[in-house]
Design a binder for this molecule. Structure first.
Ligand code: SAH
Length: 452
């Protein structure tokens, strides 16, 4: 059935700049694969008064502090080392200098990293096929909440809307909710979706777009969207990896948390360093006791990484899809089905850097722990499908058939056909994004979910 829908999709290549300049091609992979061990840690000596004093002479070989770096330095001087989680949270979400609030180009050739929707329209088309299949199972409702979490440049939503306009009943049922924290990213998305004049009701911004007959609304937080009995489809493509993580190490004295302290030594050019908390912390005491993580098998020297915001988002997703309205969510990200020790990475201009370097100017990301998210969703009463690899999912959804269909078009040039094949391989091949990227669905128990 799904393949039939795939064949019905209007055959057209959406104009997209070829993104295969080698550095971009490499980062799509690298952002998900390389894990240089950038974090070294030592024992926290912040209790000692001299650690407050900064020997300015030693700062000569240090990287120049960014505005956010200066704020973090003051914060740590005043209150002592902060958790890695809080440090990462500042790097990404600080109201003025946080990476996602800045006007820096982030996604695409000119930015720091590239994502699947930016690589090929085939990605959005396969997701559209999935959404139509879920909508059919929901009984072809006249109104559906179509929620995208972290829509980036708006490319995925644009591709889904363009391709699904061929299925008017589905297309007209869509009431689109974009969840985006950053004002500047919201503006990019509104431009991409050709939004016209804005209207504001109850502080919610919505716009008319030529791409859909219903208004498109923007929210900063997912849990601001009211829950009612309208069915929902939720897409979270490279969204869960933006949340800060805690890291804990199992020491002879018990669990200790990784913190960020100032580095005034001459051994490093960075102004910050990772240290271990001298005692248990509130997060180590609460998060390691949640039954989501089996700590009894761990031994001294092991570390774990936990992302509470990803767990909280999954709980919110379950409230929507397993609630009275029913629905399904698709989560796509790089990650594993098990808990890792340290997967934090930083990127700037398609090159990997250190999370201790240039606070606020680098994209900082961590792998998604699909195993833990799956346990959490089941515990809260939803069905979970997968996680499977992105490659397998796209093949099951009919990406090869769609590729052939596009190549066979009279209007497709040889160069376009070559680009289509290259981009399909990039999305599906095990050696590129096909294996490291996983896809998992969380749904109402009554739904049969395709692709798994
Ligand atoms: N889905 C897009 C973008 C991925 S990047 C793609 O695949 O191309 C992550 C996106 O989430 C960006 O749009 C970023 O601005 C947004 N974002 C980051 N932190 C967020 C948060 N806490 N809440 C909502 N959106 C956030």
């Amino acid at each position: 059935m799904i393949r039939c829908i795939g064949r019905g999709i209007r055959s057209r290549i959406f104009p997209r700049k070829a993104t295969f300049c080698s550095s971009v091609d490499d980062t799509a992979k690298a952002r998900s694969i390389e894990r240089k061990n950038v974090l070294r840690f030592s024992v926290d000596r912040s209790g000692l008064p001299e650690s407050m004093a900064i020997n300015e002479e030693l700062l000569g070989n240090k990287e120049e502090l960014t505005p956010l770096g200066k704020e973090l330095r003051t914060l740590i001087q005043l209150k002592g080392p902060i958790t890695l989680h809080d440090y990462m949270s500042h790097l990404l979400n600080h109201g003025i200098h946080g990476y996602y609030h800045s006007s820096l180009d982030k996604i695409g050739e000119k930015g720091d990293f590239v994502t699947s929707p930016e690589i090929s329209q085939l990605f959005g088309e396969m997701l559209a096929v999935w959404c139509i299949s879920i909508w059919e199972q929901l009984g072809r409702p006249k109104k559906i909440k179509f929620i995208e979490l972290g829509p980036g440049n708006g490319t995925l939503m644009e591709d889904i809307l363009k391709v699904s306009s061929r299925f008017p009943d589905f297309h007209n049922s869509l009431h689109i909710y974009m969840v985006e924290l950053s004002e500047s990213m919201q503006k990019n998305q509104q431009k991409k979706l050709q939004c016209g004049e804005m209207s504001i009701e109850n502080r919610i911004k919505s716009f008319r777009s030529p791409l859909n007959k219903n208004k498109i609304s923007w929210y900063q937080f997912f849990n601001q969207i009211p829950i009612d009995d309208t069915p929902s489809i939720i897409i979270a493509q490279e969204f869960l990896d933006v949340f800060p993580v805690h890291q804990f190490a199992f020491t002879p004295k018990g669990w200790r948390e990784k913190l960020v302290d100032l580095d005034t030594s001459s051994d490093s050019t960075y102004n910050f360093r990772i240290v271990l908390s001298p005692n248990a912390t509130p997060a180590s005491m609460s998060l390691l006791n949640k039954n989501l993580y089996e700590t009894s098998e761990l031994k001294e020297g092991d570390s774990v990484e936990i992302c509470p915001m990803a767990l909280a988002t999954v709980e919110d997703i379950v409230k929507v899809v397993a609630g009275p309205g029913k629905g399904a969510a698709l989560l796509i990200d790089y990650g594993e089905t098990f808990t890792q020790e340290d997967s934090i990475r930083a990127f700037k201009k398609h090159k990997q850097g250190s999370i201790l370097s240039e606070p606020g100017l680098l994209d900082v990301t961590a792998d998604v722990d699909f195993g833990m998210l799956s346990k959490c969703a089941v515990k809260k009463g939803a069905s979970v499908h997968g996680a499977t690899t992105q490659g397998e999912f796209l093949l099951r959804m009919g990406i090869i058939e769609r590729l052939k269909q596009l190549i066979d078009l009279d209007t497709t040039s040889d160069a376009q056909a070559n680009d289509l094949v290259k981009s399909m391989k990039m999305l599906v091949d095990q050696s590129h994004m096909g294996n490291r990227f996983k896809i998992m669905s969380i749904s109402h128990n009554s739904l049969q979910v395709p692709g798994f």
